[in-house]
Each structure stands twice: as C-alpha cells, then as structure tokens.
Design a protein around this ligand. Structure first.
Ligand SMILES: [Zn+2]
Length: 222
C-alpha cells in the first residue's frame, strides 16, 4: 500500500496502483474514507503508522473497489468502529430496488450493516457530506471544512488530468463504465467545482492541487 501525505490531516493510501482510500485525522483518531479491496490489514497498519487508529469508516459509494475491505475491517475492528454509508447505496446493498433497471459497476455482497446513513449536510468529524449522485444513486463526496480539501470519490478521475466519469476516458475507462446516470454525474461535477476546493482527491488518480481550472476543463469535456 502506497502512502502519500496530502495535508497535515489527510493521507492518501493507494492499493494496486489504481484505487485510493484516505485517512482523515480527527481528535480521536482517523476516519477511513473508502476501503479499496482486500486491504484490511494494510489499512490498519497504515493508520498505526500514521499514529492513530481507525474510529470511523465513511464510504463515498457502494462499488466493490471502495467497499471491498469493509467486512474484513469490521471483523478486525469490531464495534469500536462506526460505519457510515450514503443512504441510497446502503439500501441497494440491503437488496432494495431503489432505481429502475440494472445498476452498472460491481455491488458485492456485504455482511456489514452501516451504523449511520449519510445525507447531504451531515458532518463526519471535520468532513461535510456533499451530495454528488450520478456515478451511483447515492454517491456522496466529503469536504474537509478545515482547509477545503475535497474527497470526491468517483465523480472525477485524475489520471493525466481531471475527467468527469460521465464519459469514456481512455486513461481510465472503468470508472465511466460503472457510472449509473451520466447527466446527474455531470451535474454533481459542477456542484463540486462550485465548492472551490483547494485540493481534489479521488478514488482513482493522484491528488490535484488548485484544481479549479482542471475541473472546469473536465466539465467542459464531460
Ligand atoms: Zn465507483
């Protein structure tokens, strides 16, 4: 697992060179944002290495490459960890049909039930939950209110430059292939841009500092 310090409060953890999770520092330890896949031990070690333990696991959406270590983490950390999932994606995982038709992307079976369902405007420590549906019905992003670092899940990728996941992008086609509603995804990209983030962090790709113009270009392309 590759570890990259982004800000004094945020560390990016990269698994298999293509999927990111993040440790967000709070007074009581870390919020782990997304879990990559088959990485429970490595994620716990990374938190130890960064000097804290994982207190909460917050998910941007329900796709397998983001929730893929959740059950193993829950098994290791037990009731000490709180699990937070966007409401609609949690209902999809619970087997409810929340939208018409088949959902693209991988939705692996999860044993872990969330302790808290996330809605726009909720707070998770220093993070504010921002609605960003489209890639999945319930997709949310998280804004670090301390310094406007934006954790945008799969609304954008940042290989080469920023791209919105509403259209095929040759550098990383998988994200767009898994996107449920392309028009809504683009609307969410606009909403995230309007937050004036200082740093853009995503599920797939490197951190992007001062991302305004790159996000504008991505939205124009999208
Ligand atoms: Zn995804």
């Amino acid at each position: 697992m590759k570890t990259t310090t982004i800000t004094p409060n945020v560390t990016q953890l990269t698994r298999f060179r293509f999927v990111n999770a993040f440790l967000v520092r709070e007074e009581d330890g870390f919020t782990l944002l997304d879990t990559t896949m088959r990485a429970a031990d490595a994620l716990i070690e990374a938190a130890d290495g960064a000097g804290g333990s994982i207190r909460r696991i917050a998910l941007t959406h329900g796709h397998g490459d983001h929730v893929g270590s959740l059950d193993a983490l829950k098994e290791r950390l037990g009731d000490e960890v709180e699990v937070l999932m966007p409401e609609l994606d949690a209902r999809i995982h619970a087997g409810e049909q929340v939208v018409e038709g088949k959902l693209p992307g991988s939705w692996p079976k999860l044993e872990t039930k969330p302790d808290r369902l996330l809605q726009a405007g909720d707070r998770v420590g220093s993070l504010e939950v921002v609605a960003s549906p489209g890639h999945t019905p319930g997709h949310v992003s998280f804004l670090d209110t301390r310094d406007r670092t934006l954790l945008a899940g799969d609304v954008f990728t940042t290989y080469g430059s920023a791209a919105v996941t509403n259209h095929f992008y040759w550098r990383f086609p998988f994200a767009a292939m898994a996107t449920w509603d392309k028009a809504e995804d683009l609307e969410s990209a606009r909403a995230l841009r309007a937050l004036e983030p200082a740093i853009l962090l995503v599920g797939h790709g490197p951190p992007l500092r001062d991302p305004a113009s790159a996000m504008d270009a991505a939205i124009a392309q999208g």
